[in-house]
Design a protein. Structure first.
Length: 175
């Protein structure tokens, strides 16, 4: 294995594998709503007592718990899509050199499409897997939340890539 290949695997593809592994672990019974609720309730009650002087009502706790779980979906799949895009871009960059005003060095529809497609596949597979666990429920709306996280990550990545491209073009014009 060449140094370039080893570097690509470690720096770019290992984070993708780790994110998928985290998602697989979080898809188990240990991370069901009952389990996370049992861990989260004392923390949220402590925060509530500290800030408001009383424990959370059951309704308020259930709402906060549900929002945090859905936020976890959104953020987790945003990160998966981001590291997937980064891995695809890093692999493509290793195959060519930087050209002065080359937008493809910063962004590619192909990288974005592949990163998003992989996010959709992992999200759908995760929810399908949860259908078979007694303590979990696989739902289509979770796949939608996951995909929204991936789409948001790509929008932010696009904006950052545009800014990097513009900065690179300006610095090359000064030379």
């Amino acid at each position: 294995m060449s140094k370039l290949t080893a570097r690509l695997l470690l720096n770019y593809w290992l984070p993708v594998a780790l994110m998928v592994a985290v998602i697989v672990v979080e898809s188990t019974d240990f991370f069901s709503a009952n389990e996370t609720g049992g861990l989260l309730r004392p923390v949220l009650n402590w925060i509530s007592v500290t800030l408001a002087g009383h424990a959370l009502s059951e309704e308020r706790f259930l709402l906060i718990h549900a929002v945090l779980r859905k936020l976890g979906h959104f953020i987790g799949y945003a990160l998966l899509c981001l590291v997937s895009f980064r891995a695809l871009r890093g692999t493509a960059r290793a195959e060519r050199s930087l050209l002065a005003y080359d937008w493809e060095w910063f962004w590619s529809k192909r990288w974005a499409s592949l990163a998003f497609a992989s996010t959709v596949i992992v999200a759908a597979s995760d929810e399908f897997h949860q259908v078979f666990l007694p303590s979990r429920t696989g739902t289509f709306h979770d796949v939608v939340i996951d995909c929204a996280g991936g789409a948001m990550a790509l929008l932010v990545t696009y904006a950052v890539s545009r800014a990097q491209h513009a900065r690179s073009a300006r610095s090359l014009m000064k030379v």
